[in-house]
Design a protein around this ligand. Structure first.
Ligand SMILES: *[C@@H]1O[C@H](CO)[C@@H](O)[C@H](O)[C@H]1NC(C)=O
Ligand SMILES: *[C@@H]1O[C@H](CO)[C@@H](O)[C@H](O)[C@H]1NC(C)=O
Ligand SMILES: *[C@@H]1O[C@H](CO)[C@@H](O)[C@H](O)[C@H]1NC(C)=O
Ligand SMILES: *[C@@H]1O[C@H](CO)[C@@H](O)[C@H](O)[C@H]1NC(C)=O
Ligand SMILES: *[C@@H]1O[C@H](CO)[C@@H](O)[C@H](O)[C@H]1NC(C)=O
Ligand SMILES: *[C@@H]1O[C@H](CO)[C@@H](O)[C@H](O)[C@H]1NC(C)=O
Ligand SMILES: *[C@@H]1O[C@H](CO)[C@@H](O)[C@H](O)[C@H]1NC(C)=O
Length: 330
């Protein structure tokens, strides 16, 4: 009699069921399983991870994913779960991790561990809306394959590590809503990250001048204590489309600034900007959001383009702006 694949399967199932030891299909990598169990334990064995049992295939566990060929853990993703404890340092021992997501875990505390620097395959790193504190570890600059990093809505403090500029594949970086201090590092003047959000921190000092050489799409530096002249970010041939700089201490004369043709949003409110609004603002066809309120601007609002469509609150208060939509100049 020929042995059919079915009978082999039946035989192995029989052997499997008749053995006293748990029958583990060996998909899951044993090291990864040990690390995940360590993570579970360091999070105080939450109910959310009740299905993470040593005698089962870790590729089937909730909140993780294995690569279909290597069977190594590539995704770890906890969101809005009842999980408390410190950020598990053992996460750094999942060497094939590509995506790490810890979102909306309000009882997740502690520091971002430097062990994460070992995750050389990591591409997506979203650790937001937790209660993490301490500094951003400078060794995160070793994550050379990172495309996306979001550390927003935590309590991270200390400076922005200048080494982050070594993340050359990064296209989006969000460090907003933390307690970061110090200046935007000079190294950011050679850091090509098209989409950068540093808003709602305690950053101070001027922008590095060479940031003017970089090509951005979206910049949000609002709600900090930044100072000085940011006009290097603008210029006719720049790529930037959205710029949010409100609630800082920026002071420069806006009169001669040329805004890039593709700008869609420009919020400069609550600063110390002086001068008159440049006529070039009226030629921006795509500008659908403008706010220059709470500055020291003066003179006539240029006519044309979309400038008369904004509410007066986009322009008021200022030192002496006038003309539609505000009352006519005297
Ligand atoms: C969260 O988990 C802890 C312990 O695991 C438990 O005591 C608590 O009741 C849970 N809270 C909710 C809202 O489920
Ligand atoms: C965050 O988690 C809480 C419960 O822990 C839940 O009520 C809330 O909807 C979650 N928010 C998001 C944006 O998922
Ligand atoms: C970063 O995380 C925050 C909080 O979870 C979220 O609101 C925001 O959309 C994220 N940023 C992007 C653009 O993915
Ligand atoms: C910015 O874009 C321009 C035009 O595409 C390009 O010539 C220049 O090299 C870019 N600059 C950087 C720093 O990537
Ligand atoms: C804009 O023009 C300046 C000088 O003409 C050049 O140095 C810069 O690289 C250009 N930037 C972009 C984004 O093309
Ligand atoms: C402006 O947008 C157009 C159309 O999307 C694009 O072709 C052009 O390259 C953009 N210009 C700059 C300077 O980014
Ligand atoms: C402009 O910003 C000010 C201050 O943040 C705000 O009160 C006002 O509503 C904004 N106006 C528009 C049109 O966005």
């Amino acid at each position: 009699m020929k042995t059919s694949p079915l009978s082999i399967f039946a035989l192995s199932l029989f052997l499997c069921l008749s053995l006293p030891s748990p029958c583990i299909s060996t998909r899951c990598n044993a090291n990864d399983r040990e690390v995940l169990l360590q993570i579970k334990q360091s999070l105080n064995n939450p109910t959310h991870l009740a299905a993470w049992k040593p005698n089962t295939d870790c590729c089937d566990w909730n909140d993780v994913m294995c690569d279909t060929t290597t069977n190594r853990i590539t995704t770890l993703q906890f969101g809005s779960a009842n999980i408390s404890g410190q950020f598990p340092a053992a996460v750094g021992d999942l060497p094939y991790l590509e995506s790490l997501v810890l979102e909306n875990l309000t009882s997740l505390t502690g520091y971002i561990p430097s062990t994460l620097a070992k995750l050389s395959h990591l591409r997506y790193f979203s650790v937001t809306k937790n209660s993490l504190s301490g500094p951003i570890p400078p060794v995160l600059s070793k994550l050379k394959n990172l495309l996306y990093i979001n550390l927003s809505f935590n309590r991270l403090s200390g400076p922005i590590p200048s080494s982050l500029s070594q993340l050359t594949k990064l296209s989006q970086m969000y460090l907003d809503h933390n307690r970061l201090t110090g200046r935007i590092p000079d190294s950011f003047g050679t850091f090509t990250v098209p989409d950068l959000d540093l808003s709602h921190n305690l950053l101070s000092g001027p922008l590095p001048k060479s940031m003017g050489k970089m090509n951005y799409t979206t910049l949000d530096f609002s709600h900090n204590m930044l100072e000085g002249d940011v006009s290097v970010l603008f210029g006719k041939n720049k790529t930037v489309q959205e710029v949010f700089l409100s609630n800082n201490k920026l002071s420069f004369d806006i009169s001669k600034v040329e805004f890039p043709a593709n700008v869609t949003s420009l919020d400069l409110s609550h600063n110390r900007i002086t001068g008159t609004l440049p006529a070039s603002l009226a030629s921006l066809q795509y500008l659908f959001q403008l706010n220059v309120s709470y500055n020291g601007l003066c003179g006539q609002i240029p006519t044309g383009g979309r400038l008369q469509r904004f509410q007066s609150s986009a322009y008021l208060p200022n030192r002496c702006l006038c003309g539609a939509p505000l009352p006519a100049c005297k």
